[in-house]
Each structure stands twice: as structure tokens, then as C-alpha cells.
Design a protein. Structure first.
Length: 740
């Protein structure tokens, strides 16, 4: 079992005693020290607030944002009511003459206040009343956050000695290190003497790890076939909010508090009873969503219009820009990966992913798009030329509208015309994406050129127009999916909680996958280790159920080890990580000596995998510009990649330095001319990319040796008279002595 070297955890039914772990000491803070943060009851919320406080730039920025969101809500409601009830549109459009006036004023087209009120019907008044109730609740929440984050501000300044002005220059890793030091003085958690990095991540990501695991095991989200479109994976923010409310923090959720699963969920004989109760709760929530559907739908339409109308007018091609979908962000997320860490990875993968999607073109669509652009562009050019010659042309009816529409059509159809300089190299680009996202289905290997793989990748990397459409139909789709999909998975969800929840000392109940135990939840085709039941001499019943898919456990462990270099994993896991990194480094060095000049044509000694310069170019030395609806996303190395900076400034941590592939092998500092800290940031990302590529290649070789196709799951056959795993051993990791 993992975690014995740093913190104990137990499977349900093994030992339910609630005695404190041995060696636990409660230290009373010295006189004169701040004691208000001694024994924090809800550490999950506290650490989450500390993380958000750091990432959202401090107290002033957070509270200004929340207050302005209150104002924004009022503006949307008032402005919408005004547009529907206070504007005399017949006069505005001159369908009804207004006396002998040739020029209209605002007073001519806007009704007086008393007439506005009289024009408001039942629907308008219902919206106003509901909006007032919602705004009051939201305002109470903002006031509550005001006191919460004022306390966090005091904690940062008094205990952590970090002021708001310094937050931009302090990494999360540094904040986390100070939290661990404060634990020794303040004893924020009285159930443990020391907190590890994994403990803090568990507290912040307790529910997120469950969601990632459910997506990994295909419990969520819903998949269904749409005629003429194919398979669709649907997950909107509204649906995600309802799922999280039902499964994690809502009044009827399986958790009785933030850190403890209800005891009934740990008992097998209660599964059907709990599933029936959960299904009933899902039905109630679905009905509530159905009743509120008209109001929520109206809000979605208005908010989307106010948010994107100006942007579409200014940049009509915005809808053709791609972005990582909500489902993709969960599918590609590591266990124990914070938001800023995930954003950094996906931003790095944005450019190669865009290039991959752009190489798929249809000759027929291209021909049609070129002709539409030619015709509309010609009309647009004439109208623009005439308006330049005489501005009175713009006063002609519908001319300005025609210019706007024609410009939007030209910009939209230009997206369908491929760049003539694009090179057809799908496998290369897909592997460049893999180097950063770390997770892609194994069945895609060798089929990146097919439209079937492109269609599946579209579920992860969708058009902005698709994203907006999914959000707009969310009020309608959410109640339907809750009732017809999630309700029927209630028993599977109950079984999931019971099978994949463990109690960690000083942390509470967490998803067992988040422990990143490669022997307990790893896949032998990814780590070449026998499962724990195999070590005990008993055949595993349906062992695949307890394995994470797509190497999620193995890759998450390596990523967490690189992100937190001072964290000491258990022996088995440490040997696995060291073995992977050593083998990946050796394979690269054998193929490319230091004197070798590397180019995009090289492939790390692995056919079909990206060369080193491909990865370096897609990283762009830490400056990742992502064109998206929200503008450009810039990767700030100083805030996002703290562990490497700390490793640079504090090389003597008392632990052996983790082997680094990037700076030592690739010679980044000699070639890039970047500061040493930036080189180390690139080294960390490069290290993880090389390890991820190596693990995928090793998995492919293992599956090939077993005679299994990577295009679909199949159960390996046990060789007659021998162990399933004895013939599959690689030098990656030696088995423990009692298994040799």
C-alpha cells in the first residue's frame, strides 16, 4: 500500500478505530505567536482559499472582481428589462412617423418611466423578483467572502510574511513550503505533526480528483450519437455545476462534511438503498432545472449576447478559434494537478493542437469557401469604396448592415480555407500534442491521419462556436441528461465511492486514485508491475476495474514528483519514477549524443514521436500565446512553475536532486540565452514531456509483445503454467525481493 512512508491510510473495513497515529504530538504555540490559526477545523476550505488568494492576486483584486460581478448582474437584468419594455421600436425604425421630425432624439424613442413600468408584464416582473432574490443571496455570499479573505490576508501577512504587493513575485510552491513550516509552529492540523505536499494537494483537490477519476473510468460525462454528427460528449458548466452539487457539496451529497464520506457509502449491503436515494435526489434536481429552464435559458442568451456581440463585430473569426473543452480539461488533467499547472500544460499544447486540426481540409468545402469569400469580398469592397468616396452612402437603408454581415461572412469562411504553407504531417503533430497533454488514447497511434481520430480529438479541442452552442442549450440539456443519464448511473456512482475511497491520516477520505499508487491502481502494461493481489498469490477478479486508464496513475505520479521535487514518494513509486526517468534519459542519449544537431526530423529514437526541437518550439521558451475568446493567455513562469525555481535557488534541500533531462542533456542555457531560472522551467516541462513520450512508447511495445491490438481493450490471456507478468518484465523496474 502506498503512503506508509509518509502518512498512513486504510481501506474501509480494515480498521475503523479512530485513534491518533503513533508519534503524534500536539505542540502549543509559544507565547506571543499568532494562535488564531491553531487547529483549523475545515482545512479543505482554508487551503483552497489560500490557493485562490495567491492565484487571484490578493485581497483587493478579488473583492473588486466580486463587487463588479454584482454590478454586472444588475446591469444585465436592468438593461434587458429596459430593452424589452422601454424602447419604442416602431418609432426607432421609422415604421411610425414622429411628427415632422427629420432627426430623432432619445426622448422620442424611449418611453417615460411610468410607461415603462406599465409595459412590464408577468414575465418581466417574475424575472425582476427572481433576480432580486438571487442578487441578495449573492451579495450575502460576497460579504461572507469579504470576511473570509480578510482573514486569509491577515494569515498571509502575519504568518506567511507575504504581502499583497509581493504576491506576483512569489510562486505557489514557495507559499506551500511556508504552509508546511507554519504547520510545525501553529499546528493548523492537529491530527498530523507534519504536512506533506500531497496532503495539501489532497485538501485543495479532494473533489476535483474524484471528478478526474470518474471521467477516467468513463462514468462521466454523457456520450450519445447525434444523426449526421456522430458521437458527442456533452459537458457544460451548468451540467458540471449540478453534478458537483449532487456528488460533493450539496445538502444530499455523499459527503457529510468536506473531508468525510458518509459511513453508509462504505458498506456493501447499503449500495442499492443508497443508489435509490441518489437517483431520487437526481430526479428532484432535474425537475428543479426543468422548472427554471426558461429563466436560465433567457439569462444564457442575454449574457452570451452582451459578452460576445462586440467581439464578433470586431473579430468575426473568433467563433472559428479553438479552445480546450470542459471535458478535455478533465480528461487531460493529472491526479493532484492544480489549475495553474493544468493551464500551463494546455497552453503549451495549444499551437501544435491547432496546427493538427488545421491540416484536415475538405477540397469541396475549400472550393466553396473560396468562391463565397470572393463574391462577398467583392461586394464588401465596392460598398467600402463607395462609402469612402461619399459617406452619405452609409445613410442608405441597410448599407451599414450589409457591410457588417459581409465582413462576418468573409471572416467566417476564411477559416475554412487552409494555409497553403501547411505540411501534411498528422502523426508528427499529434505526438507533439502528446508531449504536452500527456494523455491521448492508445488506439489513436498510427491513425492520426484519419478523420475518425480528428473527430474524437474535436471533443477535447472544440471550436468556440461549439462551446457557445453547448452553453446556450445547457438549460435544456442539463435536466434531460440528469434524468436520462446520471440517474441510471446512480448504482455505479455508489460503487465507485465505496471502491475508490480511502481514509488518509490527517486528511480524511480521498479518492484512492489520488494516492498515485502504481502497484494498487497502476496498469501493468504501463508499469510492468504485478497488481497487489498477484503478489499475494491470488488471481485478481476483474483487476481492470481497479486500474486507471491511459496510464493516468503512472503519469500523474511522475508529474507530481517533478512538480514537487522535495516530496518523497513510497519506495515502490520512487523506484518506478527513477526507473522511467533513467530509461528515458538513456534512450535519448543513446540515440542523440551531445554533439548531435537535433532537428524536427529526429524522433527521440522512437518512430513517430516528436523531435526535441519540436517540443522546444511548441514550448516557445515559456511564452505561450493562446488566441481564444478570452484574449491571449500568457504563461507566467514566476507564478506557475515554483518548484523548479526553488530547486535552483536552494540546491541543498537534504534530498538527492531529481535527475533532470532538460538542462543537462539539451544544453538549454547555452542555446537559448534565457535566464537560468527560465532554463530550469523549460527543463522541468521538457523532462515531463520526454517521460510521457517514453511511457506511451513502452506501453505500445508491451501491448505489441502480448499480441494485443491497441485499437480496443481486451483481456490478456494467462500463459499456461506461468505468471501473467513474469514474461513481460522490462529493465524499467526490478520486482521486490519477495516477488523475484
Amino acid at each position: 500500500m502506498m503512503g506508509t512512508s509518509e502518512t498512513g491510510y486504510q481501506q474501509f473495513g480494515v480498521d475503523d478505530n479512530e485513534e491518533a497515529p503513533q508519534g503524534m504530538i500536539h505542540i502549543v504555540p509559544e507565547a506571543g505567536k499568532a494562535t488564531r490559526w491553531n487547529h483549523i477545523v475545515d482545512l479543505d476550505n482554508f487551503f483552497t482559499r489560500v490557493y485562490k488568494y495567491h492565484q487571484r492576486h490578493g485581497f483587493a483584486c478579488m473583492m473588486i472582481q466580486e463587487v463588479l460581478e454584482l454590478f454586472q448582474f444588475v446591469f444585465v437584468v436592468v438593461f434587458s428589462i429596459f430593452l424589452f419594455n422601454c424602447v419604442d421600436y416602431p418609432v426607432l425604425f421609422r415604421d411610425v412617423p414622429k411628427g415632422n421630425k427629420t432627426k430623432l432624439t432619445l426622448d422620442d424613442v424611449v418611453f417615460p418611466p411610468n410607461q415603462c413600468v406599465s409595459n412590464m408584464g408577468l414575465l418581466s416582473w417574475s424575472i425582476v423578483i427572481i433576480s432580486i432574490i438571487f442578487w441578495i443571496l449573492r451579495a450575502i455570499k460576497v460579504v461572507y467572502h469579504l470576511f473570509q479573505y480578510w482573514d486569509v490576508k491577515a494569515f498571509f501577512e502575519i504568518v506567511l510574511k507575504i504581502y499583497d504587493n509581493d504576491l506576483e513575485n512569489v510562486t505557489w510552491h514557495e507559499v506551500q513550503k511556508r504552509l508546511r513550516e507554519v504547520q510545525l509552529e501553529q499546528q493548523m492540523c492537529i491530527h498530523k505533526r507534519e504536512l506533506t505536499e500531497l496532503d495539501i494537494y489532497h485538501r485543495i483537490l479532494r473533489y476535483k480528483n474524484y471528478m478526474v477519476a470518474m471521467v477516467n473510468k468513463s462514468l462521466l460525462p454523457a456520450r450519445f450519437n447525434v444523426p449526421l454528427i456522430g458521437e458527442v460528449v456533452y459537458l457544460s458548466h451548468g451540467l458540471k455545476y449540478n453534478i458537483e452539487m449532487l456528488l460533493f457539496w450539496g445538502p444530499w451529497s455523499p459527503f457529510e462534511n468536506n473531508w468525510h464520506l458518509k459511513e453508509d457509502y462504505k458498506k456493501v449491503y447499503k449500495r442499492h438503498e443508497l443508489a435509490a436515494a441518489l437517483a431520487k435526489n437526481i430526479t428532484y434536481v432535474a425537475l428543479a432545472n426543468l422548472l427554471l429552464c426558461p429563466i436560465i435559458l433567457l439569462w444564457q442568451i442575454l449574457y452570451s449576447f452582451f459578452s460576445y456581440a462586440e467581439m464578433l463585430k470586431r473579430e468575426p473569426g473568433t467563433l472559428g478559434v479553438r479552445r480546450w473543452s470542459l471535458y478535455g480539461r478533465l480528461y487531460l488533467r493529472h491526479f493532484n494537478e492544480l489549475d495553474h499547472e493544468l493551464n500551463s500544460r494546455l497552453n503549451r499544447a495549444y499551437r501544435p493542437a491547432t496546427k493538427y486540426m488545421n491540416i484536415f481540409t475538405s477540397p469541396v468545402v475549400t472550393v466553396i469557401a473560396k468562391n463565397i469569400v470572393f463574391v462577398c469580398g467583392a461586394c464588401l469592397a465596392v460598398l467600402l469604396a463607395l462609402s469612402i468616396y461619399d459617406e452619405d452612402v452609409l445613410t442608405v437603408e441597410h448599407v451599414l448592415s450589409a457591410i457588417t454581415v459581409l465582413g462576418a461572412i468573409v471572416a467566417s469562411f476564411r477559416v475554412l480555407i487552409p494555409d497553403e504553407h501547411l505540411i501534411w504531417w498528422p502523426e508528427h503533430l499529434m505526438n507533439a500534442v502528446l508531449a504536452h497533454v500527456h494523455y491521448l488514447p492508445a488506439r489513436w497511434k498510427g491513425f492520426a491521419h484519419t478523420r475518425a481520430v480528428r473527430a474524437e480529438f474535436t471533443q477535447l479541442f472544440q471550436y468556440t462556436a461549439t462551446y457557445l452552442l453547448m452553453e446556450l442549450i445547457s438549460p435544456i440539456a442539463t435536466p434531460l441528461l440528469l434524468f436520462f443519464y446520471l440517474k441510471h448511473r446512480a448504482l455505479d456512482l455508489v460503487d465507485f465511492y465505496r471502491s475508490f475511497t480511502v481514509e488518509v491520516a490527517g486528511v480524511g477520505d480521498v479518492c484512492s486514485f489520488a494516492q498515485m499508487d502504481v502497484r494498487e491502481h497502476g496498469d501493468p502494461s504501463w508499469n510492468n508491475l504485478p497488481p497487489p493481489s498477484q503478489a499475494k498469490g491470488t488471481p485478481p477478479p476483474n483487476q481492470n476495474y481497479y486500474q486507471a486508464e491511459e496510464g493516468k496513475t503512472e503519469l500523474s505520479l511522475i508529474h507530481f514528483t517533478l512538480t514537487n521535487p522535495n516530496w518523497t514518494p513510497p519506495t515502490d513509486c520512487n523506484e518506478f519514477v527513477s526507473g522511467v526517468r533513467e530509461q528515458a534519459k538513456r534512450q535519448f542519449l543513446n540515440e542523440y549524443p551531445m554533439s548531435t544537431t537535433m532537428s524536427d526530423e529526429h524522433s527521440l529514437g522512437m518512430p513517430g514521436h516528436p523531435g526535441v526541437s519540436t517540443i522546444l518550439n511548441s514550448m516557445d521558451h515559456g511564452r505561450i500565446a493562446q488566441s481564444g475568446v478570452g484574449g491571449n493567455y500568457v504563461f507566467h513562469a514566476s507564478r506557475n512553475e515554483g518548484p523548479v525555481m526553488d530547486r535552483f535557488f536552494q540546491p541543498h534541500s537534504g534530498l538527492p536532486p531529481a535527475p533532470s533531462i532538460g538542462a543537462s542533456v539539451f544544453g538549454l542555457s547555452e542555446r537559448t540565452g534565457l535566464p537560468a531560472t527560465a532554463d530550469l522551467l523549460e527543463s522541468n516541462a521538457m523532462d515531463m514531456s520526454i517521460n510521457a513520450i517514453y511511457l506511451h512508447q513502452m506501453h505500445h511495445r508491451t501491448m505489441h509483445r502480448r499480441g494485443m491490438s491497441s485499437l480496443g481493450p481486451s483481456e490478456p490471456q494467462r500463459p499456461p503454467g506461468g505468471s501473467l507478468y513474469s514474461q513481460e518484465r522490462t529493465p524499467l523496474l526490478r520486482p521486490p525481493s519477495h516477488l523475484s
